[in-house]
Design a protein. Structure first.
Length: 300
């Protein structure tokens, strides 16, 4: 059922319109805050704990005689917390693949239904109709559970929000790997090479400094080597994430994880790269300097 939902195209015009609207929101630096770049992973899963936890706790109290008032308080807290949770989710959703967005749209509709049902529960409780209030609350919990199921599918089956560069350190073998002759790398342009079946982005700065990063964007595996290189950074051509070439740091989202970086050196006129170990530090500045001198000497 969920696989067929990914293939449904009827809602694509709605997805396009809503995604454009979310991307047009004047959030500025707040957009990266909502993506969770500061946290190192999406902040949306953290935010949803408040409404879901409140509503589940309210359901437990509704099963206990004389606890209706406490249940109503928790339901109100969940409804209030749903808005910021939804906003963080929408900001992430607008930068996903289309198949992920299709599931995400139904996920959002289910959660919207949950908020509506819980709001109706609060109205009934305020009017003294406690039985109807409990009924609406349990229906709301069912809708929220459906939304959670769809959110889990996005996260674990579709890898939305996952770090798509995490496997690099587990795949690339230790030591130096030759990726090409120095003269094969024109200054200021991104070049794609392979290391142990892992694509690597190589950039030769105009001053002769070499930089190398994992090529698949940590956000959704976009090809960084096809992106723009400027001001010591590379921008993903798919969703606009910006990474610093010197160390892979994610300067701007939607990526929440940095890119794996490689040390560089020149041996006999060939560029070699080695996956950088944070505990070992970097040799790329020293090696890249020698690489630039070697490159200039050969080109002369």
């Amino acid at each position: 059922m969920l696989d067929s939902l990914e293939r449904q195209t009827r809602a694509d015009p709605v997805i396009d319109a809503v995604a454009r609207g979310v991307r047009a929101l004047p959030l500025r630096d707040g957009r990266d805050l909502m993506h969770g770049r500061w946290l190192g992973h999406p902040v949306h899963p953290l935010m949803v704990q408040v409404p879901v936890g409140s509503w589940l706790s309210a359901a437990v109290l509704d099963l206990c005689p004389g606890r209706s008032r406490g249940a109503g308080l928790l339901i109100g807290l969940g409804v209030a917390a749903a808005a910021p949770a939804a906003l963080t989710g929408a900001v992430d959703w607008a930068e996903l693949h289309r198949t992920q967005q299709r599931v995400g749209l139904v996920h959002a509709l289910a959660n919207t239904a949950a908020v509506a049902l819980y709001s109706a529960s609060l109205v009934c409780r305020a009017k003294g109709a406690r039985g109807a209030g409990r009924t609406f609350a349990f229906l709301g919990l069912t809708a929220a559970g459906t939304g959670g199921l769809l959110g889990g599918h996005m996260a674990y089956r579709q890898a939305a929000g996952a770090n798509h560069a995490e496997e690099v350190e587990h795949v690339v073998t230790e030591g130096w790997h030759r990726v090409g002759a120095v003269l094969e790398f024109p200054a200021g342009r991104a070049v794609r090479r392979m290391v142990d079946d892992v694509p690597v982005l190589v950039v030769l700065e105009p001053d002769g400094t070499f930089h190398a990063l994992a090529d698949r964007c940590s956000h959704l595996a976009g090809p960084l080597s096809e992106g723009a290189v400027a001001d010591g950074c590379v921008q993903c051509p798919w969703h606009g994430s910006v990474f610093r070439l010197s160390d892979g740091w994610n300067v701007r989202g939607p990526a929440t994880a940095p890119q794996p970086a490689f040390d560089t050196r020149i041996t006999d006129g060939y560029l070699e790269v080695r996956l950088r170990d944070p505990e070992r530090g970097t040799e790329s500045c020293q090696d890249a300097g020698r690489a630039g001198d070697t490159a200039r000497g050969q080109s002369g």
